[in-house]
Design a protein. Structure first.
Lengths: 122, 108
């Protein structure tokens, strides 16, 4: 059974870079069938899709965050990562990693990681 | 971007009752590519319904989805104690993928 687990600092200072890693277990990240994504939920707000990556390194970002986001993949470690630059308090959120299938008709997110709270504060 | 508006914000019901949750899109969702998720406190979201009306693997048949175009509904026919949670919809028909703000189903 595929499992995803987020890891990274829980506190980031304003203007710095938020970096998180998602470790995939129970299956290979190097499958042609899946995309790997990041989603976040600020306190009291709705979920926001951040972006996706394919095992080959192809990326797709939410235009609202595209200028600050980089998602990368490390197939040797079965991990993918999120970097978000120039963070502000508005980037405080629970960050989730998740998987969806490649076929357009099957692009719902499943499974999700447990999520990790990242607070931006000095 | 497609904005998804869920209603009501909170639904107060008793176990055994029927729950009807609404998700309205600001524009037509391509091919009814709408998913519904359940999130219990402290747990990861899990998919219940995809393609507006198809139950995900292992989801009890008391959960059903319907709708097309801009209006979608999740129905829980008889609430079980474990169903009291937050539910949110998501469209994956166009980019960027977007989510509703959620409906909390609480014990009355």
């Amino acid at each position: 059974q595929l499992r995803l687990q987020e890891s990274g600092p829980g506190l980031v200072k304003p203007s710095e870079t938020l970096s998180l890693t998602c470790t995939v277990s129970g299956g290979s990240i190097s499958t042609t069938s899946y995309y790997w994504g990041w989603i976040r939920q600020p306190p009291g707000k709705r979920l926001e899709w951040i972006g996706n990556i394919y095992y080959s390194g192809s990326t797709y970002y939410n235009p609202s965050l595209k200028s600050r986001v980089t998602i990368s993949v490390d197939t040797s470690k079965n991990q993918f990562s999120l970097n978000l630059t120039s963070v502000t308090a508005a980037d405080t959120a629970v960050y989730y990693c998740a998987k969806h299938e490649r076929m357009p008709a099957r692009r719902w997110f499943d499974p999700w990681g447990q999520g990790t709270l990242v607070t931006v504060s000095s | 971007d497609i904005v998804l508006t869920q209603s009501p914000g909170t639904l107060s019901l008793s176990p055994g009752e029927r729950a009807t949750l609404s998700c309205r899109a600001s524009q037509t969702v391509s091919s009814s590519y709408v998913a519904w998720y359940q999130q219990r406190p402290g747990q990861a979201p899990r998919v219940l319904i995809y393609g507006a009306s198809s139950r995900a693997t292992g989801i009890p048949d008391r959960f059903s989805g319907s709708g097309s175009g801009t209006d979608f509904t999740l129905t829980i026919s008889r609430l079980e104690p474990e169903d009291f949670a937050v539910y949110f919809c998501q469209q994956y028909g166009s980019s960027p993928r977007t989510f509703g703000q959620g409906t909390r189903v609480e014990v009355k």
